[in-house]
Design a binder for this molecule. Structure first.
Ligand code: CP
Length: 318
C-alpha cells in the first residue's frame, strides 16, 4: 500500500497484518513501550469539510505514534485561493511525511497522491470514506472472532451479510459496497430508486474487480433479512443541505425502526458512522439498544487509522 485512497488499496493478502496491528496498537495504547513509528515525522491534515471523529482520531493517533499532526483548513492555505492541487502536493511533500485529506471531489485525493511524493490518506471524499469502513470491519471482527487476531479476525468477516439503508448512493454506501466485496462479505442495500448506486459507481466497482457485487432493493425488509449488520448514515450528506426536504420525504420508508431491526438476524449489530440524527434515519430504540455498537466503531477509528499510518510510514522507510 503506497496510499490509502480506497478500500482496495490494502491488498487482500495484507489485511491480516493490518488488522493484527490495529489490535496490537489498541491493546498497547497508553502503555510503556507502545510503538512510536512516526517519531520525528509531521503529517499534514488538509480538511475542506467539518469533522469530529476523523480530525480528533487522526490528531490523537499521530501524536500517540510519536509524530506531529499539522491541521490545515483548506481556506487557511493557498489551495483555498487557487494554488493548484499539484503544486500543493509538491510543496508539502518537501516539508511533511504524509497527507491526510478530507475533501469533496475524490479526484482531489488522487491528484495529490499522483503529484506528491508522500503517502496520502483519504479522510473522506464525496465518493468514498475508507477509514470508516476499515474501522467498522475491525469493530465487528473483534466480536465475531473474540480473543483472536490477524487472519482469524479477517476470516470472521467472510460470508457475513451487511444491510445498508437510506441513501445508497452516498460515500458510505459506496465504501461499504467496495469494502464488503474486498472482505468477502455480502451486501444488500435498500433505499429509494432515485438514490440507488449509479452506473458510474457500477463501472468503478467493475474496474476494482467486483462487478455486480451487491444487491439493491427498494424493500427495506428484504435487505435486512438474514443480515449480521444493519447500517445507516445520515440522509443529508455534507454539501447536500439544499436537498434536505426532498431527501427526508423519499427516505422516510427506510428509517431503522425496532421492527425493521428485528427482521435482521437475532444477534445482528446496528452500526452508524455518526453523527446520527435520532428519530430521522434511525429510531432511538435501535440507536440506544444493547446491539448498537456505534461508540465502539467510533473509538476504533483511532486504532485502525494508527495501523494505517504505521503501515504507510514503514513502507516509506524501505
Ligand atoms: N464518521 C465521521 O467521519 O465522522 P466525522 O465527520 O465527525 O469525522
Amino acid at each position: 500500500m503506497k496510499h490509502f485512497l480506497k478500500e482496495t488499496d490494502v491488498a487482500r493478502s495484507e489485511l491480516p497484518k493490518l488488522f493484527a496491528l490495529a489490535r496490537e496498537l489498541k491493546a498497547k495504547r497508553g502503555r510503556k513501550g507502545a510503538p512510536t513509528p512516526l517519531r520525528g515525522q509531521t503529517w499534514a491534515m488538509i480538511f475542506s469539510k467539518s469533522s469530529t471523529r476523523t480530525r480528533v482520531s487522526f490528531e490523537v493517533g499521530i501524536h500517540e505514534l510519536g509524530g506531529n499532526p499539522l491541521f490545515l483548513n483548506r481556506n487557511d492555505i493557498q489551495l483555498g485561493r487557487g494554488e493548484t492541487i499539484e503544486d500543493t502536493a509538491r510543496v508539502l511533500s518537501r516539508f511533511v511525511h504524509g497527507l491526510i485529506v478530507r475533501t469533496f471531489d475524490h479526484s482531489d485525493v488522487e491528484r495529490l497522491a499522483a503529484a506528491g511524493s508522500v503517502p496520502v490518506i483519504n479522510a473522506l471524499t464525496d465518493f468514498l470514506h475508507p477509514c470508516q469502513i476499515y474501522a467498522d470491519a475491525f469493530t465487528v471482527a473483534e466480536r465475531w472472532a473474540k480473543g483472536t487476531t490477524g487472519a482469524k479476525l479477517v476470516d470472521s468477516l467472510r460470508g457475513r451479510k451487511i444491510a445498508f439503508l437510506g441513501d445508497t448512493a452516498c460515500n458510505m454506501a459506496h465504501s461499504w459496497i467496495l469494502g464488503a466485496n474486498h472482505f468477502g462479505m455480502k451486501i444488500a442495500l435498500a433505499g429509494p430508486q432515485s438514490f440507488a448506486p449509479t452506473k458510474e459507481f457500477d463501472a468503478f466497482l467493475a474496474r476494482e474487480g467486483y462487478a455486480g457485487g451487491y444487491q439493491f432493493t427498494t424493500d427495506p425488509f428484504e435487505a435486512v433479512r438474514g443480515a449480521d449488520v444493519v447500517y445507516t448514515d445520515v440522509w443529508v450528506s455534507m454539501g447536500k443541505e439544499e436537498e434536505t426536504k426532498e431527501r427526508i420525504r423519499v427516505m422516510a420508508p427506510y428509517v431503522v425502526t425496532g421492527k425493521l431491526f428485528a427482521a435482521a438476524k437475532k444477534d445482528a449489530y446496528f452500526m452508524h458512522c455518526l453523527p446520527a440524527h435520532a428519530g430521522e434515519e434511525v429510531m432511538p430504540e435501535v440507536l440506544d439498544s444493547p446491539r448498537s455498537i456505534i461508540f465502539d466503531e467510533a473509538e476504533n477509528r483511532l486504532h485502525m487509522q494508527k495501523a494505517i499510518l504505521a503501515t504507510l510510514a514503514a513502507k516509506r522507510r524501505r
